[in-house]
Design a protein around this ligand. Sequence first.
Ligand SMILES: Cc1cc2nc3c(=O)[nH]c(=O)nc-3n(C[C@H](O)[C@H](O)[C@H](O)COP(=O)(O)O)c2cc1C
Length: 271
Amino acid sequence: MIIHLAPLEGVSDCAFRTLCYNYGADVTYTEMIRVDALVRGNKSTLAMLDLKNDTPTIIQLLTTKPTTLQKFVDVFHLYNIKPVGFNLNLGCPSPDVIREGSGAALIKRVARVQELVKILQQLGLPVTIKMRLGLNAYEKEHKVYLNLIKDVDADAFIVHARHAREKSMDPADWSVFEDILKTGKKIIANGDITKIEDIKHFQKLGINEIMVARAATTNPAIFQVLKGKPKVALPAIRYEYEKLCEQFPNHPKYKENVLKYLGKEMPIKSG
Ligand SMILES: Cc1cc2nc3c(=O)[nH]c(=O)nc-3n(C[C@H](O)[C@H](O)[C@H](O)COP(=O)(O)O)c2cc1C
């Protein structure tokens, strides 16, 4: 099973990604980065391109605009970084993002998403989509997500099994994966994955890649535990993280957020 560390805004900087990689995550992601702000040269946005070592990292981008994305592609070589792929965010539920027709609002804009994917593919690296099941219960019921997965030529689809109105306390709906797998596309499952039994469930379905978010914030060594290796004591994890923060210094908010979640109980899936 290949296990991805999810994009986590305000958390998954170089130090945190490296910590999770050292504890068994196979692939990691930057937090969501707005392409508009990147091409404007916004300093704090550019700082999110913090690929400072060999930790395999995919850059997650938020955009709706082909022209802006093309500008990013044209100047990408100037950033002098080596990601292992790009990911488009079709899951952000924030009202501001939805109002722009971006994030989860893109799930039903199939032609536009295909255009964005084609532009990013010019860079010669895998391009994946991270999506929810629609904007709301209505879209989920009408399976809008299936149209996108069928008609977009992305290298993989990371499906966070909630619609955009659902909160993280609402249980992810894993029953959708059976239909989704019938598309024949490469699927990465996300939502409420916390233990080895969950991995076994997805293996039985025929899914060989999963993504973990909140469970990694409370225990960054969860990746090795999910792979059947021993648990790591919290003080040891914290010590490793402090060392990585010295090695890859960043805005203090990242460390504050990581230490806020570390060792806490994750809300357990109901039902
Ligand atoms: C603190 C936090 C920040 C997040 N930031 C992002 C983000 O930048 N991009 C994104 O696609 N999803 C983001 N998410 C959603 C997660 O990547 C993931 O899809 C969601 O938490 C479900 O996975 P889980 O049940 O394993 O937590 C964020 C989630 C949390 C809790």
